[in-house]
Design a protein around this ligand. Structure first.
Ligand code: 6PG
Length: 222
């Protein structure tokens, strides 16, 4: 496991931003949640003028102005100072009020953009080992023939829409951001070879860099 441990969140996010900028990635998929927000703010302060396509990894099925919206969070962090005209933002149109139609529209836009394998996918991980909106035991984890899918997540009692595991695995690079003690157990199990977790299934055997803070660092990491 390509693991880098950081003593502070600031150092972790600066290193992740540097990695993305220096990779000259042109297609970057962005997970939601709380962990990546400082990274997106940092990236938003150094947006290049070359063509870039930013893709939302997954979405809670809420309006974009809902505080839970990942696209809304990205607008307020990465695009806080606006989006350069050479950049494109592919999000899930939850305003369609039909998860399956939202997925089909996302896939149509993906194809219209001419997207293929993403350069970078930024992932988080839940303490249950989910990533994107690929939750343990849900059918979304088994979808192999679509770019995106919709899933009703019982434990959250909400619809989610997400890019699929094959899309995540086909990217050139996955960067997983892990902070906080609540993630230590699942990270330790994945580091030790557990395969049942979605984050393991999305990253095993493909180039993945783990940016981890001290609190989340697996046991017996020097
Ligand atoms: C989402 C994310 C999700 C997230 C994990 C971790 O929409 O919530 O895409 O997969 O990465 O739930 O969330 P935190 O970063 O908030 O711990």
């Amino acid at each position: 496991m390509n693991l880098r441990i950081f003593d502070s969140t600031d150092e972790l996010m600066s290193a992740a931003a540097r990695t993305i900028v220096e990779s000259h990635a042109r297609t970057v998929a962005l997970s939601g949640g709380s962990t990546p927000q400082p990274l997106y703010t940092l990236l938003g302060q150094q947006l290049c003028d070359e063509q870039m396509t930013w893709v939302v990894v997954d979405e809670r099925y809420v309006p974009v102005d809902d505080p839970q919206s990942n696209a809304g969070m990205i607008n307020q962090t990465l695009f806080r100072n606006g989006m350069p005209p050479s950049h494109r933002f592919l999000r899930f149109h939850t305003e369609l009020a039909d998860p399956q139609k939202t997925v089909e529209t996302f896939e149509a836009e993906w194809r219209a953009y001419g997207l293929d394998n993403l350069d970078v996918v930024i992932l988080g991980v839940g303490d249950d080992g989910h990533t994107a909106s690929l939750f343990p035991g849900t059918p979304a984890l088994q979808v192999e023939d679509r770019i995106a899918t919709a899933v009703f997540v019982e434990k959250l009692a909400m619809w989610r829409v997400t890019i699929t595991k094959p899309v995540i695995r086909a990217a050139k690079l996955r960067i997983v951001l892990v902070t906080g003690a609540s993630k230590r157990e699942v990270l330790t199990k994945v580091r030790d070879g557990a395969t049942e977790y979605p984050i393991a299934q999305a990253t095993q055997g493909v180039e993945t860099w783990w940016f981890v803070d001290r609190a989340a660092a697996p046991a017996s990491t020097p």
